[in-house]
Design a protein around this ligand. Structure first.
Ligand SMILES: C[S@@+](CC[C@H](N)C(=O)[O-])C[C@H]1O[C@@H](n2cnc3c(N)ncnc32)[C@H](O)[C@@H]1O
Length: 276
Protein backbone atom coordinates (compact mmCIF):
# COMPACT_ATOMS: atom_id res chain seq x y z
CA UNK A 1 0.00 0.00 0.00
CA UNK A 2 1.21 3.49 -0.84
CA UNK A 3 1.92 5.65 2.19
CA UNK A 4 0.91 9.30 2.39
CA UNK A 5 4.56 10.32 2.53
CA UNK A 6 5.36 8.48 -0.70
CA UNK A 7 2.20 9.84 -2.24
CA UNK A 8 2.80 13.53 -1.50
CA UNK A 9 6.56 13.24 -1.79
CA UNK A 10 6.18 11.37 -5.03
CA UNK A 11 3.37 11.44 -7.56
CA UNK A 12 0.94 13.72 -5.71
CA UNK A 13 3.50 16.29 -4.65
CA UNK A 14 5.04 16.30 -8.14
CA UNK A 15 1.64 16.79 -9.70
CA UNK A 16 0.79 19.70 -7.40
CA UNK A 17 4.22 21.16 -8.10
CA UNK A 18 3.81 20.79 -11.89
CA UNK A 19 0.70 22.98 -11.85
CA UNK A 20 1.77 25.10 -8.90
CA UNK A 21 1.33 28.61 -10.29
CA UNK A 22 -2.17 27.86 -11.66
CA UNK A 23 -3.22 26.00 -8.49
CA UNK A 24 -2.03 28.84 -6.30
CA UNK A 25 -3.66 31.47 -8.52
CA UNK A 26 -6.95 29.56 -8.31
CA UNK A 27 -6.78 29.27 -4.51
CA UNK A 28 -5.59 32.82 -3.85
CA UNK A 29 -9.09 34.16 -2.92
CA UNK A 30 -9.02 31.92 0.16
CA UNK A 31 -6.03 33.80 1.62
CA UNK A 32 -7.94 36.98 2.46
CA UNK A 33 -10.55 35.45 4.81
CA UNK A 34 -7.86 33.18 6.26
CA UNK A 35 -5.57 36.11 7.05
CA UNK A 36 -8.50 38.04 8.59
CA UNK A 37 -9.22 35.11 10.90
CA UNK A 38 -5.54 34.90 11.87
CA UNK A 39 -6.00 38.34 13.40
CA UNK A 40 -2.35 39.38 13.12
CA UNK A 41 -2.24 42.44 15.38
CA UNK A 42 1.12 41.96 17.09
CA UNK A 43 4.37 40.42 15.92
CA UNK A 44 4.27 36.70 16.62
CA UNK A 45 5.42 33.27 15.49
CA UNK A 46 3.17 31.56 12.92
CA UNK A 47 3.25 28.07 11.35
CA UNK A 48 1.74 27.13 7.96
CA UNK A 49 0.92 23.41 7.96
CA UNK A 50 1.19 21.68 4.56
CA UNK A 51 2.41 24.96 3.06
CA UNK A 52 2.90 23.53 -0.45
CA UNK A 53 4.58 26.05 -2.76
CA UNK A 54 4.42 28.75 -0.11
CA UNK A 55 2.00 31.32 -1.59
CA UNK A 56 -0.14 31.60 1.56
CA UNK A 57 2.87 31.85 3.89
CA UNK A 58 4.26 34.63 1.73
CA UNK A 59 0.97 36.55 1.90
CA UNK A 60 0.62 35.99 5.64
CA UNK A 61 4.17 37.27 6.08
CA UNK A 62 3.53 40.37 3.98
CA UNK A 63 0.34 41.18 5.97
CA UNK A 64 1.85 40.53 9.41
CA UNK A 65 3.23 43.19 11.75
CA UNK A 66 6.98 43.73 11.59
CA UNK A 67 8.96 41.17 13.52
CA UNK A 68 6.53 38.31 12.81
CA UNK A 69 8.12 35.01 11.86
CA UNK A 70 6.32 32.64 9.49
CA UNK A 71 7.40 29.00 9.17
CA UNK A 72 6.04 26.79 6.38
CA UNK A 73 6.13 23.00 6.85
CA UNK A 74 5.44 20.43 4.17
CA UNK A 75 6.07 16.72 3.70
CA UNK A 76 7.05 17.22 0.04
CA UNK A 77 10.68 18.21 -0.51
CA UNK A 78 9.89 19.24 -4.08
CA UNK A 79 7.23 21.71 -2.93
CA UNK A 80 9.55 23.11 -0.27
CA UNK A 81 12.18 23.55 -2.98
CA UNK A 82 9.65 25.51 -5.08
CA UNK A 83 8.59 27.59 -2.07
CA UNK A 84 12.22 28.53 -1.46
CA UNK A 85 12.92 29.31 -5.09
CA UNK A 86 9.81 31.57 -5.23
CA UNK A 87 11.30 33.77 -2.49
CA UNK A 88 12.76 36.98 -3.88
CA UNK A 89 14.94 37.37 -0.77
CA UNK A 90 15.95 34.83 1.83
CA UNK A 91 14.85 35.89 5.30
CA UNK A 92 15.10 34.29 8.69
CA UNK A 93 11.53 35.58 9.21
CA UNK A 94 10.06 33.36 6.47
CA UNK A 95 11.40 29.82 6.51
CA UNK A 96 10.19 26.69 4.71
CA UNK A 97 11.09 23.24 6.05
CA UNK A 98 10.44 19.66 4.93
CA UNK A 99 8.51 18.00 7.74
CA UNK A 100 5.87 15.31 8.23
CA UNK A 101 3.82 16.95 10.96
CA UNK A 102 2.56 13.57 12.19
CA UNK A 103 6.11 12.47 12.93
CA UNK A 104 8.34 15.42 13.70
CA UNK A 105 8.14 18.23 16.17
CA UNK A 106 10.10 21.47 15.94
CA UNK A 107 9.62 22.38 19.62
CA UNK A 108 6.71 22.29 22.02
CA UNK A 109 5.20 25.76 22.56
CA UNK A 110 7.00 27.07 19.47
CA UNK A 111 4.17 29.03 17.82
CA UNK A 112 1.57 31.64 18.75
CA UNK A 113 -0.60 30.83 15.74
CA UNK A 114 -0.92 27.97 13.34
CA UNK A 115 -2.95 27.66 10.15
CA UNK A 116 -3.41 25.53 7.05
CA UNK A 117 -4.95 26.11 3.65
CA UNK A 118 -6.18 22.67 2.56
CA UNK A 119 -3.27 20.72 4.10
CA UNK A 120 -4.86 19.01 7.11
CA UNK A 121 -7.32 16.78 5.22
CA UNK A 122 -4.44 14.80 3.77
CA UNK A 123 -2.81 13.51 6.95
CA UNK A 124 -2.29 9.73 6.92
CA UNK A 125 -2.20 9.76 10.74
CA UNK A 126 -4.60 12.55 11.72
CA UNK A 127 -4.74 11.75 15.46
CA UNK A 128 -0.95 11.90 15.78
CA UNK A 129 -0.67 14.96 13.55
CA UNK A 130 -3.32 17.05 15.35
CA UNK A 131 -1.93 16.05 18.74
CA UNK A 132 1.52 17.21 17.64
CA UNK A 133 0.11 20.46 16.29
CA UNK A 134 -1.69 21.25 19.53
CA UNK A 135 1.67 20.82 21.30
CA UNK A 136 3.44 23.13 18.86
CA UNK A 137 1.29 26.01 20.13
CA UNK A 138 1.87 28.10 23.23
CA UNK A 139 -0.97 27.81 25.78
CA UNK A 140 -3.79 29.98 24.41
CA UNK A 141 -2.27 29.76 20.90
CA UNK A 142 -4.73 29.98 18.00
CA UNK A 143 -5.49 27.87 14.91
CA UNK A 144 -7.25 28.53 11.62
CA UNK A 145 -7.81 25.52 9.35
CA UNK A 146 -9.35 26.04 5.89
CA UNK A 147 -10.96 22.85 4.54
CA UNK A 148 -13.31 22.25 1.60
CA UNK A 149 -17.03 22.06 2.19
CA UNK A 150 -18.91 19.19 0.48
CA UNK A 151 -18.65 18.57 -3.31
CA UNK A 152 -22.33 19.62 -3.61
CA UNK A 153 -21.27 23.09 -2.47
CA UNK A 154 -18.18 23.10 -4.68
CA UNK A 155 -19.29 23.04 -8.32
CA UNK A 156 -15.71 23.82 -9.49
CA UNK A 157 -14.82 20.20 -8.62
CA UNK A 158 -18.27 18.57 -8.71
CA UNK A 159 -18.54 19.29 -12.44
CA UNK A 160 -15.18 17.63 -13.08
CA UNK A 161 -16.23 14.60 -11.03
CA UNK A 162 -19.51 14.32 -12.96
CA UNK A 163 -17.72 14.36 -16.31
CA UNK A 164 -15.19 11.75 -15.14
CA UNK A 165 -18.05 9.63 -13.75
CA UNK A 166 -19.80 9.65 -17.15
CA UNK A 167 -16.77 7.92 -18.67
CA UNK A 168 -15.28 5.67 -16.00
CA UNK A 169 -16.28 4.08 -12.76
CA UNK A 170 -15.26 6.21 -9.74
CA UNK A 171 -14.86 4.06 -6.62
CA UNK A 172 -16.73 5.37 -3.57
CA UNK A 173 -14.34 7.38 -1.37
CA UNK A 174 -13.97 6.25 2.22
CA UNK A 175 -14.68 9.52 4.14
CA UNK A 176 -12.13 8.51 6.81
CA UNK A 177 -9.25 8.38 4.34
CA UNK A 178 -7.13 11.38 3.24
CA UNK A 179 -8.98 13.44 0.65
CA UNK A 180 -10.18 16.99 -0.06
CA UNK A 181 -13.67 16.53 1.48
CA UNK A 182 -12.66 14.54 4.54
CA UNK A 183 -13.57 17.32 6.98
CA UNK A 184 -16.59 18.72 5.17
CA UNK A 185 -18.58 17.08 7.97
CA UNK A 186 -18.19 19.72 10.71
CA UNK A 187 -18.99 17.36 13.59
CA UNK A 188 -16.33 14.88 12.50
CA UNK A 189 -13.66 17.58 12.43
CA UNK A 190 -14.80 19.16 15.72
CA UNK A 191 -14.47 15.74 17.37
CA UNK A 192 -10.91 15.15 16.13
CA UNK A 193 -9.81 18.65 17.08
CA UNK A 194 -11.28 18.57 20.56
CA UNK A 195 -9.76 15.12 21.17
CA UNK A 196 -6.38 16.64 20.25
CA UNK A 197 -6.65 19.42 22.83
CA UNK A 198 -8.17 22.29 20.81
CA UNK A 199 -10.88 24.33 22.56
CA UNK A 200 -13.37 27.11 21.83
CA UNK A 201 -13.90 25.60 18.38
CA UNK A 202 -15.94 27.50 15.83
CA UNK A 203 -16.59 27.19 12.13
CA UNK A 204 -17.29 29.88 9.56
CA UNK A 205 -18.75 29.20 6.10
CA UNK A 206 -17.29 31.08 3.15
CA UNK A 207 -18.69 30.92 -0.38
CA UNK A 208 -17.26 32.95 -3.25
CA UNK A 209 -16.31 32.55 -6.89
CA UNK A 210 -12.96 31.14 -7.92
CA UNK A 211 -11.44 30.97 -11.38
CA UNK A 212 -10.26 27.59 -12.66
CA UNK A 213 -6.46 27.72 -12.93
CA UNK A 214 -6.60 31.38 -11.85
CA UNK A 215 -8.36 32.69 -15.00
CA UNK A 216 -8.29 30.19 -17.90
CA UNK A 217 -10.76 29.90 -20.76
CA UNK A 218 -12.89 26.75 -21.09
CA UNK A 219 -10.40 24.86 -23.26
CA UNK A 220 -7.36 25.60 -21.09
CA UNK A 221 -9.33 25.16 -17.86
CA UNK A 222 -10.38 21.70 -19.03
CA UNK A 223 -6.77 20.76 -19.88
CA UNK A 224 -5.61 22.07 -16.50
CA UNK A 225 -8.33 20.29 -14.49
CA UNK A 226 -7.82 16.95 -16.23
CA UNK A 227 -4.06 17.17 -15.80
CA UNK A 228 -4.01 18.30 -12.19
CA UNK A 229 -7.19 17.37 -10.25
CA UNK A 230 -6.88 14.06 -8.37
CA UNK A 231 -10.35 12.93 -9.46
CA UNK A 232 -9.31 12.96 -13.14
CA UNK A 233 -6.65 10.30 -12.47
CA UNK A 234 -9.38 7.70 -13.05
CA UNK A 235 -9.49 8.78 -16.69
CA UNK A 236 -5.76 8.18 -17.13
CA UNK A 237 -6.18 4.67 -15.73
CA UNK A 238 -8.59 4.00 -18.63
CA UNK A 239 -6.30 5.25 -21.39
CA UNK A 240 -5.96 8.09 -23.89
CA UNK A 241 -9.40 7.79 -25.39
CA UNK A 242 -11.07 8.39 -22.02
CA UNK A 243 -8.71 11.30 -21.29
CA UNK A 244 -9.40 13.02 -24.62
CA UNK A 245 -13.16 12.49 -24.37
CA UNK A 246 -13.05 13.81 -20.80
CA UNK A 247 -11.27 16.98 -21.93
CA UNK A 248 -13.85 17.62 -24.67
CA UNK A 249 -16.84 17.05 -22.39
CA UNK A 250 -15.36 19.17 -19.62
CA UNK A 251 -14.57 22.01 -22.01
CA UNK A 252 -18.24 21.98 -23.07
CA UNK A 253 -19.38 22.11 -19.43
CA UNK A 254 -16.91 24.85 -18.56
CA UNK A 255 -18.11 26.96 -21.51
CA UNK A 256 -21.36 27.48 -19.56
CA UNK A 257 -19.36 29.20 -16.82
CA UNK A 258 -16.91 31.20 -18.90
CA UNK A 259 -17.11 34.94 -18.18
CA UNK A 260 -14.79 37.32 -20.03
CA UNK A 261 -12.64 34.34 -21.08
CA UNK A 262 -12.33 32.96 -17.54
CA UNK A 263 -14.11 29.92 -16.15
CA UNK A 264 -15.60 31.16 -12.88
CA UNK A 265 -17.39 28.88 -10.43
CA UNK A 266 -18.57 28.91 -6.82
CA UNK A 267 -16.37 27.42 -4.10
CA UNK A 268 -17.29 26.82 -0.45
CA UNK A 269 -14.74 26.63 2.31
CA UNK A 270 -15.11 25.93 6.03
CA UNK A 271 -12.78 27.88 8.30
CA UNK A 272 -12.32 26.13 11.64
CA UNK A 273 -10.88 28.23 14.45
CA UNK A 274 -9.90 27.39 18.01
CA UNK A 275 -7.28 27.71 20.74
CA UNK A 276 -5.26 25.31 22.90
C1 LIG B 1 -3.79 20.33 -1.21
S1 LIG B 1 -2.12 20.67 -0.87
C2 LIG B 1 -2.23 22.35 -0.25
C3 LIG B 1 -0.93 23.09 -0.32
C4 LIG B 1 -0.97 24.56 0.12
N1 LIG B 1 -1.35 24.70 1.51
C5 LIG B 1 -1.87 25.38 -0.75
O1 LIG B 1 -3.00 25.69 -0.34
O2 LIG B 1 -1.46 25.70 -1.88
C6 LIG B 1 -1.86 19.73 0.60
C7 LIG B 1 -0.46 19.86 1.15
O3 LIG B 1 -0.35 19.17 2.41
C8 LIG B 1 0.92 18.56 2.46
N2 LIG B 1 0.91 17.46 3.44
C9 LIG B 1 0.14 16.34 3.43
N3 LIG B 1 0.39 15.58 4.50
C10 LIG B 1 1.33 16.23 5.24
C11 LIG B 1 2.00 15.93 6.47
N4 LIG B 1 1.76 14.82 7.17
N5 LIG B 1 2.93 16.83 6.93
C12 LIG B 1 3.19 17.97 6.23
N6 LIG B 1 2.59 18.27 5.05
C13 LIG B 1 1.65 17.43 4.56
C14 LIG B 1 1.16 18.10 1.02
O4 LIG B 1 2.49 17.79 0.72
C15 LIG B 1 0.61 19.27 0.23
O5 LIG B 1 1.57 20.25 -0.06
Amino acid sequence: MKTEKADWEGKRGDKWNDSLSQMEAMLRPINKPLIELLNLKHSCSVADIGCGGGQTALEVYSHAPEGTKVYGFDISSKLIESANSNLAHKSEHLVYTVCDVAKSMPKPNAFDKLYSRFGVMFFAQPEQAFLNLSEWLVPGGEVVFAVWDSPQRNPWIRIVKEVVGQLVNIPTMDPDLPGPFRYSNKEVFFKILSKSGFRKLQVKDWTESIQIGGGLNAKNASEFAIASFGIAEHLFESGNEAVNEGKLRLEKEFQKYEKAGKVTLKASVLFFTGIV
